[in-house]
Design a protein around this ligand. Sequence first.
Ligand SMILES: [Zn+2]
Length: 488
Amino acid sequence: MSTTLRADHVLAHVAGEHVLLADGEVVVEGQRIVFVGPRGAGPAAVETIELGPSLLVPGFIDLDALTDIDHTLLDSWQSPELGLGLQWSRDYAEHRRRAVFDAEERAFIREYGFIQLLRHGVTTAMPIASEVHSDWAETYQDAVAMAETAEGLGLRVYLGPSYRSGVNVVDDDGTRSLYWNEKLGIEGFEDAARFLRWAAERDSDLVRGALLPCRIETLSEDLLRRTAALAAESGVLVRLHALQGLLERDLVLARFGAPPISVLERTGLLGPNLLIPHGIYVDSHPRVDADTDDDVAMLASAGVAIVHCPLTSARHSSALDSFERYRAAGVTLCLGTDSYPPDLVRGIDTGVTVAKILAHRADAATYADYLSAATLGGATALGRPDLGRLEAGATADLVAFHLGDPLDGVLDDPVRTLCMNSTARAATFSMIGGRIVMRDSRIPGVDLAAVAERAQALFDRMRAAYAERDYLGRATEDLFPPSFPRVG
Ligand SMILES: [Zn+2]
């Protein structure tokens, strides 16, 4: 089977870099791209799809990919006092932990996330689900269900059940600490190892195993070391949230007697197979109390990838300081969505805008740099030179964003027009490994309205469950006051 895709604008990859090609075509045979060039110049194909006033780009690679219903809508705007109420109380962690959703509901929520990712132009995802609604972390069965869902939809994924030996809690007096349960940590790790074997045996083109432990401050040193050893032995990637906040740094310093990056190094994790979501609070960050400026260079020389999630970070009042500094130091930068909306176009625009504010310069970061992070950066982080680019020989993962909506205003440079005037919801067409997974903004077999209705019902239950975990036992309406007083 061969297909020719034609669009008014194609982001082609030539001689090692992205270039804009006007009125171009991409010819796909089987799973691969065999030609990228001017309209009509490629080999004849069975089917030709005219995408018209669109920008055809490599599919977005989202390495901290939403697979919740949402969390930022709930947890990004409270005062510190109210924010404490969204954590688990120690009593809840020790005595009353429960899963808010059963296995079938969890599988549905992951499917909901995957559908949203596809609709927003993501073709490769490394999922992140909030464990706050679980009774500890994820299970082997959760990961198998996710893998099967991804294969059904045609989404490329890097998967594994999350695991942790501790959980962030709030003590009775309102201080933040950790509740430890090493037995559950080891069980979770064994589930993760079992899933790696499952994925290796399945040998699926779309599903690859990865080790996805929760956050650095929630893992014992033993579990960090086991993770590093298993990754080295099986050649898989590790994604570990780290350098995410000041509290994390304090907890790690108190427990390990060393800052997060030293702990990563001494446990054998700091290397080219490590992806760190956020990576913001390095030693040189203005809010970190350290006299050194070594961390960014260490990340670069170790070949670590930073999964930058600009929209979620900004909403939680933090920012990579700065994108350009990390990039200039040689750090691999890729992107993630982390929460709703899983919209990397809005993420890119937010990232560029925040970079300008931090640097007081209009050229502090470019849309080109950010779009490269969403494509080539992700491919580098995954060790997949066949992804993130449109050139002959590459895997056929691509997305078209429609630029013909009058509400987008006028058309100038297609990348800037998309990023500044539109959103990722302009994705109308998506192909993954040569398979068409979305056409005319529709995913075959998916009834989006029905899926959204069920997601709303589950979200309402998830929201109500916060109150039972609050250390002060506040009611739902107190934890989530409305934006304006409600009447009637
Ligand atoms: Zn995150």
